[in-house]
Design a protein around this ligand. Structure first.
Ligand SMILES: Nc1ncnc2c1ncn2[C@@H]1O[C@H](COP(=O)(O)OP(=O)(O)O)[C@@H](O)[C@H]1O
Ligand SMILES: [Mg+2]
Length: 384
């Protein structure tokens, strides 16, 4: 199972410019999480901070007991080996063929024989749908193939955590969906913890187990996908619908006068862009047929059901509705009628805490337990 990443109060600035502050969240082990955010909100800076390429000013980022913000260079070097990173452009060496690109980390960081390296490289190329393309140069293949090669290379050292920066950049919507399918399939096969940063709405709606959003130098929210997908928070709604109507502006956030002026314009009939408002929670993409069961999805279901009572009602409803009747019976929940709060039996309240927890969101969504032993069952949504 992939590693858990616990981030607390993380703050990063360059000189006097704060990029984001007090980011607190936990990436549950082996689950797929997506971080959304408009361009320039510091998503790439966030990924680089997680692997210690950039040094945050304050806060913690703890992986397997090591806080990479404060640890020694040696510890950082060791901890970095847990990560596989897929950079925005694939970051392949242009003069090396795909085989040598994918073999590079093995030749650089291990003492494996060329026979062993060959076995691993061909396995990862196969896994990413690139079997037979090993002699090609990066310049000879499509953008989608370059990204898959970048992923193959990120996989060769058996990472526990995979970070992906804007997998859709330069790809059409169909190729973006194919690469998303590949992430879910890889997650199923190796059970690594995934964090994908993107501003792609389709990907955010259909791929992750957990969804977060950075905006105005803060983590607006982070939690089970259903929380953001049913959120009434204006910035989240605006972003998920890709519209001009809302707090996010052309190059930065808008002031309240601009929001009001634009509101009047949209109310008078000017098209705010985006497609028609999408309501509800679309089904999550699944591993390809023939794949084993995704262990992260099973653990996630247990984890989310344990914190269900702390989530906003719309998210609770969506989660309960997504369960089969057998699962609803097993977890002791009942789909509610429109006029009711959801209900659950004692079995859910007293279920054993597995020690894996989700997120510590800021505002109106509930907090999840910080430690395995401590439950916050008495605090509903909005609890501190
Ligand atoms: N090494 C750096 N030095 C100074 N400023 C930087 C550096 N890297 C990024 N920034 C700034 O941090 C902000 C966030 O950048 P980035 O993380 O690339 O945004 P995103 O990936 O969300 O589009 C930008 O204003 C950018 O100019
Ligand atoms: Mg970026």
């Amino acid at each position: 199972m992939g590693a858990e990443v616990v981030i607390e109060g993380l703050t990063k600035s360059f000189g006097r410019q704060t990029i984001w502050r007090d980011v607190t969240l936990t990436l549950p082990p082996g689950e797929v999480s997506v971080m959304l955010g408009p361009s320039g909100t510091g998503k790439s800076v966030f990924l680089k901070s997680m692997i210690g390429l950039l040094k945050p000013d304050r806060g913690k980022c703890v992986i397997n007991g090591v806080d990479i913000v404060r640890c020694s260079e040696h510890r950082l070097y060791e901890t970095r080996k847990l990560f596989g990173v897929l950079f925005q452009d694939g970051a392949l060496f242009g003069s090396m063929n795909l085989y040598d690109n994918v073999a590079f980390p093995l030749r650089e960081h291990t003492k494996k024989s060329e026979t062993e390296i060959r076995r691993i490289v061909l396995e990862k190329l196969e896994m990413t749908g690139l079997a037979g393309a090993e002699k090609k140069l990066p310049g000879e293949i499509s953008g989608g193939m370059r990204k898959r090669a970048g992923l193959a290379r990120a996989l060769v050292l058996d990472p526990e955590i995979i970070l992906v920066d804007e997998p859709d950049s330069g790809l059409d919507p169909v190729r973006t969906t194919y690469i998303s399918q590949l992430f879910l399939d890889v997650n199923t096969q190796i059970d690594a913890t995934f964090l994908i940063v993107t501003h792609n709405i389709n990907l955010a709606r259909t791929v992750p187990d957990n969804l977060g959003m950075l905006f105005r130098k803060e983590l607006v929210m982070f939690g089970p996908r259903e929380v953001l997908l049913t959120s009434e928070e204006p910035v989240v709604k605006q972003f998920l619908n890709g519209r001009m109507d809302g707090p996010i502006g052309m190059s930065e956030e808008k002031d309240s006068a601009t929001i009001a002026a634009e509101r009047a314009m949209f109310e008078a009939g000017h098209h705010a862009g985006g497609v028609e408002e999408i309501e509800g929670i679309p089904p999550q993409m699944q591993p390809a047929p023939g794949m084993p069961v995704r262990q992260g999805a099973i653990r996630r279901k247990d984890r989310v059901m344990q914190i269900l009572h702390t989530l906003p009602p719309a998210a609770q409803q969506g989660i309960i509705d997504s369960l089969s009747p057998e699962e609803q019976a097993r977890y002791g929940v009942h789909p509610r009628r429109r006029d009711q709060q959801p209900t659950w039996d004692q079995t859910v309240e007293t279920a054993p805490v597995t020690g894996h927890h989700g997120q510590l969101p800021q505002d109106q969504i509930a907090q999840l337990p910080r430690t395995g032993g401590r439950r916050r069952s008495d605090q509903g949504p909005g609890g501190a």
